[in-house]
Design a protein around this ligand. Structure first.
Ligand SMILES: Nc1nc2c(ncn2[C@@H]2O[C@H](COP(=O)(O)OP(=O)(O)OP(=O)(O)O)[C@@H](O)[C@H]2O)c(=O)[nH]1
Length: 431
């Protein structure tokens, strides 16, 4: 009898366990299947980006709603040319047709598009910015300009004085070759000139500095293209001011009457996307962002697609560009360029360098130029260093012009680089 009862109890327990396991499996399957359903609550955010629907989706509360889950870039199905399933198998998807990709290659959720919210600010115009910010530059660069002027205006320019001229230029990060050239040219001119007044010395120094900085270089930003948005990639090491610079460039463009889409392809740090979104919102620019850890190339791709769909003038893409390894950096940047290139050429690649890091900025510049074709340099934080000579050194090193300079943390503290205004600021007002 006891044996019968024991058998019955065991049978009941077994049936219960089987039921429990089956129920769990069914629930998890329905959850997985449900995430592909079009009528799930958050489905509106991602398809709006993929289906070519022009109206941006604004997440009700969380900025991450509808964003791709972290780590999608590591999905086994992804190929170098098919970022996180955004592009269908068998080649690039034309603008507006990405939603036609096979079901398996369509991500469960995609980059999120955040439309700006009012009130929109009116940024300061680009013209005259450098003159307005000149005082800030003059304050930080006093050592270079005044030091050189004092030395060159002296009656007795002996060898020791020339060594001081050389040292002043080197300390200001002008670089060894440019310094040697400048000293040689200045020596020659003082020999010819003989006795000099302070005004003579100033003129002479101004000429030589301008010759080094370059007055005929094309420094215009390639931010417009016929019949499509111009695409600008912003690259650089973290902390140099990349995201801030993207936001400031957006303001410059908006001030010029252009429409801008921002791509938050720095998916390494979620705060970077938040930061960019805030910048965009202030001037009415739409931001396309992905989840932390999402594939940067997919975000860049969607941003460009958004720009095309919206008929925007410029798409600005902020990248992470961490220097973990040179190969990793190269792979990431080349992939972004290649994937973006399926829809549009990249018109400008701006390298952001922190001028306070001196020689380190040059080392970074070298690494980045090996990874991607840089077309312009943005030198940030020139308000916080006396080493304005870095402008000369960077241009020599890269053979690429400085196009913009950052002169403070304020939203409009970025100016198109103007050689004359820059050199005049270095030298200060004539006595
Ligand atoms: N003084 C000064 N500060 C600046 C300038 N440009 C940027 N900054 C500051 O530099 C800091 C870093 O800027 P970010 O834009 O976050 O740098 P990032 O390169 O995007 O960094 P990650 O997002 O970590 O990759 C911020 O505090 C900015 O306000 C500038 O021209 N002058």
């Amino acid at each position: 009898m006891e044996l019968v009862i024991l058998i019955v109890v065991i049978a009941v327990v077994l049936v219960g366990m089987v039921g429990l396991v089956a129920g769990t499996a069914l629930r998890s399957r329905s959850r997985r299947g449900g995430s592909r359903d079009a009528d799930r609550p958050d489905a509106g955010a991602a398809p709006s980006a993929r289906s070519g629907v022009a109206t941006p989706t604004i997440p009700p509360t969380s900025p991450q709603t509808g964003a791709a889950p972290p780590g999608r870039s590591g999905l086994p199905g992804e190929t170098a040319d098919s970022p996180a399933g955004l592009v269908g198998q068998g080649g690039p998807a034309p603008a507006g047709a990405a939603g036609t990709a096979g079901a398996d290659s369509v991500p469960v959720t995609g980059p999120e598009i955040v439309a700006p919210r009012a009130p929109i600010e009116v940024p300061a115009p680009a013209t005259g910015r450098m003159v307005r910010l000149r005082a800030r530059l003059a304050r930080s660069q006093n050592a270079l300009g005044r030091g050189l002027l004092a030395l060159l205006s002296g009656d007795n320019l002996d060898e020791e004085a020339w060594e001081d001229v050389e040292a002043t230029l080197l300390v200001a990060d002008v670089g060894v070759t440019a310094t040697a050239e400048m000293v040689e040219a200045l020596r020659e001119r003082t020999r010819v000139l003989g006795a000099r007044t302070a005004a003579d010395a100033r003129l002479m120094l101004r000429d030589e500095l301008l010759a080094q900085v370059g007055t005929t270089t094309d420094r215009s930003l390639r931010t417009s293209a016929p019949d499509r948005p111009a695409v600008v990639l912003v690259v650089g090491v973290n902390g140099t001011g990349k995201t801030t610079t993207c936001g400031k460039i957006a303001r410059l463009l908006v001030a010029d009457g252009r429409s801008v889409v921002l791509g938050a392809a720095d998916t390494f740090r979620a705060a970077a996307a938040d930061q960019l979104e805030t910048w965009g919102g202030r001037v009415g620019a739409t931001t396309v962002r992905g989840a932390e850890g999402a594939d940067p190339a997919s975000v860049a791709f969607e941003a460009v697609k958004r720009g095309i769909d919206d008929g925007a003038d410029t798409v600005l893409v902020d990248t992470a560009g961490r220097l973990h390894t040179k190969v990793g950096l190269m792979d990431e940047l080349t992939k972004i360029k290649r994937v973006v290139g399926k829809q549009s050429p990249v018109d400008e690649v701006l390298l952001v360098l922190d001028s306070t890091t001196g020689q380190n900025a040059l080392v970074q510049a070298r690494v980045f130029t090996e990874a991607v074709d840089i077309t312009g340099v943005v030198l940030t934080k020139l308000d916080g260093t006396a080493k304005g000579g870095i402008v000369i050194a960077v241009q020599r090193e890269l053979g690429v012009p400085v196009k913009l300079i950052g002169l403070g943390e304020g939203p409009d503290d970025l100016a198109p680089f103007e050689p004359e205004a820059f050199v005049d600021a270095l030298l200060g007002e004539p006595a």
